[in-house]
Design a protein around this ligand. Sequence first.
Ligand code: NIG
Length: 403
Amino acid sequence: MSLLITNIAELMTQDLEHRVLTDAAVVIDGERIAWIGPAASAPAADDAVDAGRRALLPGWVDSHTHLLFAGDRTAEFEARMAGESYSAGGIAVTVDATRATSDFDLTRLAMGRVAEAVSQGTTYMETKTGYGLDVEQEARSARIASTAADQATYLGAHLVPAGQDADAYTDLVCGPMLSAVRPYVQWADVFCEKGAFTEDQSRRVLQACRDAGLGLRVHGNQLGEGPGVRLAVEVGAASVDHVNYLAGADVEALAGTWSGWDPASGTGVRGTMATCLPACDLSTRQPLAPARALLDAGVQVALASNCNPGTSYTSSMAYCVATAVLQMKLSVHEAVRAATYGGALALHKDRGTDADGQRAVGSIAVGHRADLHLLNAPSATHLAYRPGMPLTYAVWRAGVRAR
Ligand code: NIG
């Protein structure tokens, strides 16, 4: 079954040539994009949608979320707004509430959060464990994550549970807990920060997870300068996320990881993404991650929501894009790219077409997955020009109308 979407005022492809077409059309066939080009020469299809001179973008790719949680941390947020600073300790509150929640309810909560994100234009999501913190609970979170989201990440190394010895807990994360979650996850992550895991503990976790065949990600440099970025580069992580406090050497190290990658063809060895989380920066009143400086230095940047109950209780990628433009000084095109193609790069889903059955997401190109986001606006500029407005008009996820 094919579908023609025509009369598109602006088609922001976020493809390798960064094409932005006007008066355009797209044909999707099943789950794939089959054709893009000028509306005047669009082929016939089984069905048609008139986009009404609206803008069409790739669906958002949200490469960093923590959706497996129960409970409420409004009081912590209120205290922060009254002047308290964020510390990792709040994670324990969510761990208690999550452990006390049934499988059914945890699944319902996670699925509900995914549905909320999809209704706002997100079509591909990663999510993490990290509110279980024992073998059984982490395994259950990983299992639910693997059904709720497109990719799942093991974050047993989120916080050392109260009363436990940090090194003994790290052994557990690297051993029995890793074995229990392994069938469900593609990635492993570690919160490498003062108050969470030290550089040595983080390295141990990352090495064990790499040996188990997982791709690596790091929460780093969120609350202060530290070893997170250096470690992510050292172990060849796909992404280091937060990156609020960076030394010049951190930026150089990240840029260096992209020397073997060709942005024009999207081929070569992918480096370590810097994933910026602007909604989290605002909610924790941390300095915004230096996304402008990172891009200028040649680092590939992703934007993600970091949806979680402690530091960023939103899945709105449009809010992240607006903040990236208004406050981080990215152009609209750069911000949308970071929230689509950037997310795909961070999740290693930027490549793949008909031949290998691994359809790329995050850009609109023939053979890629038909993940599309039609705005109720004539151009993507409206995302920053009219921040906070409900600009999602229609969403297709793998070719299926999702809104
Ligand atoms: O990415 N920084 C660590 N983890 C989450 C916050 C988790 C929480 O406070 O519940 C984050 O911001």
